[in-house]
Every structure is written in structure tokens, then in C-alpha cells.
Design a protein around this ligand. Structure first.
Ligand SMILES: Nc1ncnc2c1ncn2[C@@H]1O[C@H](COP(=O)(O)OP(=O)(O)OP(=O)(O)O)[C@@H](O)[C@H]1O
Ligand SMILES: [Mg+2]
Length: 214
């Protein structure tokens, strides 16, 4: 089953960013999107994750058209099924790392998984304020926060951009295990071709088109 199915998406801001972009993600699948800075990758991820409405085109989430959903249904899907790891972390700055996870725990009614904190190597810093953490630690806290929700679809924009190569690979391995275990899907935006190639499929956003390269 397709977790998400996007057809003929177009979007422009001051100029046309892209048009006729179609993309499907099945259960257990990871799909990478690469492309030059400014090509519209983050914008595409915002469309797919319902944060932005496309100028034209349609998106189905779990077999339902977004444009046909009422607000309540969309809010429930966002809360329970979609996991967003974005370029800026959007952690609550005044809170500790753990308090940030608790927010996710309460909203999604899923318990914080201690193994997750160990795997991400953040259990020693979990009581510290977000502002006292390094960029990479904040990034790992936001990954822990998203996985705490147990989403069926993960949208990740450079989720390992602040991490060293070894840690980045460990985090990707954690994502892939999660996808298999929960039959979830992931759309990963990255500049790192090596990480992109670990995904089942790879697309490049270039010349206003999304082209499959793997
Ligand atoms: N809300 C917005 N309003 C106006 N223009 C925007 C907005 N968001 C993005 N843009 C423009 O759209 C273009 C694509 O931006 P986007 O963030 O999607 O690129 P990207 O491929 O993710 O780049 P990067 O690799 O640097 O993250 C840029 O020229 C950007 O200035
Ligand atoms: Mg971007």
C-alpha cells in the first residue's frame, strides 16, 4: 500500500520552483531527494507533509486525499502518523531535552523509549536545556522526539547534517530498522549522496523536475 502518493505537484514562490512532481512511498520504503541548494527540496517536503498547499496537484495520505480531509482528520493524521525532522529543529528552547520528548509522549500517547535514547547516545544529556546542547545533540533529540511518536511516515530534511559521518550512519541505520519494524515510510532530503544511496530509491530535483536516479 502507498503511504503517500503525490501526483503532478507544482509550486512557485516568486518564480516556478517545480512542476509535475509525482512521488509514491510504500510501507517499509525509504526515498531520498537530492538536488542543489535552492532547488526546492524543503518546499517539496513541506507540501508532502501538509505544511504547505501545492499550487496544483494532489496528495493522498494513507489512501485519503488531503484536499478532501476535514481539519480534524488532518490534525489527527499530523499528530499521530507524520513525523517531521526539519532543518531547523523546532525544539522548545526553554525546555530540557527530556521535556521536549514528554511533549511528544503526551500528544501522541506513546511512551518514550529508553533504548532509543541510548541508540542516539543522548541519555547523558537528556536533562539539560536544549540551548545547552550542541547542534548535533539537538538534532538527535529531535530525531528521538519524532520516533517517540511512532509515525507511519517520516519526513526528514538533512536530519544528520550536523553529525559526523559515523554518527550519521548510525542514525540512518536506526531509521531503517524503524521503517522495517513499523512498516513505515521515509522521505529523506539530503546533500549527502552516500546517505541518499542507502535509501531504496533516489530522486534528484533539478531543472524544475524530479528525476529518478536510483
Ligand atoms: N516561504 C517562502 N517564501 C518565498 N520564497 C521561498 C519560501 N520558501 C522557500 N522559498 C524560495 O524557494 C526556493 C527553494 O527553497 P527551498 O528551501 O525549498 O530549497 P532547498 O532545495 O531546500 O535548498 P537547501 O538545499 O539550501 O535547503 C529558494 O529560492 C527560496 O528562497
Ligand atoms: Mg532545504
Amino acid at each position: 500500500m502507498n503511504l503517500i502518493s503525490a501526483k503532478n505537484l507544482s509550486h512557485s514562490f516568486d518564480y516556478d520552483l517545480f512542476s509535475n512532481v509525482s512521488l509514491d512511498v510504500e510501507e517499509g520504503e525509504s526515498v531520498a531527494i537530492v538536488g542543489m541548494s535552492g532547488s526546492g527540496k524543503s518546499t517539496l517536503l513541506h507540501l508532502l507533509s501538509t505544511l504547505l498547499t501545492p499550487d496544483s496537484g494532489e496528495i493522498e495520505l494513507f489512501g485519503e486525499m488531503i484536499s478532501q480531509m476535514d481539519k480534524k482528520r488532518l490534525a489527527s493524521i499530523k499528530r499521530h502518523e507524520l513525523g517531521l525532522v526539519f532543518q531547523s529543529h523546532y525544539l522548545f528552547k526553554g525546555f530540557s531535552a527530556y521535556e521536549n520528548l514528554e511533549v511528544s509522549e503526551i500528544l501522541s500517547q506513546q511512551e518514550i523509549n529508553k533504548t532509543l535514547l541510548e541508540r542516539l547516545d543522548i541519555e547523558q544529556v537528556i536533562e539539560q536545556k536544549v540551548t545547552e546542547l550542541s547542534g548535533g545533540q539537538q538534532q538527535r533529540v529531535s530525531i528521538a522526539r519524532v520516533l517517540t511518536k511512532q509515525p507511519r511516515l517520516i519526513f526528514a530534511d538533512e536530519p544528520t547534517g550536523n553529525l559526523d559521518t559515523k554518527t550519521a550512519h548510525e542514525v540512518m541505520e536506526l531509521f531503517f530498522e524503524y521503517l522495517q519494524e513499523k512498516k513505515a515510510g521515509m522521505v529523506l532530503v539530503t546533500h549527502d549522496e552516500v546517505l541518499a544511496n542507502l535509501c531504496n530509491r533516489v530522486y534528484r530535483l533539478e531543472n524544475k523536475e524530479l528525476q529518478r536516479v536510483k
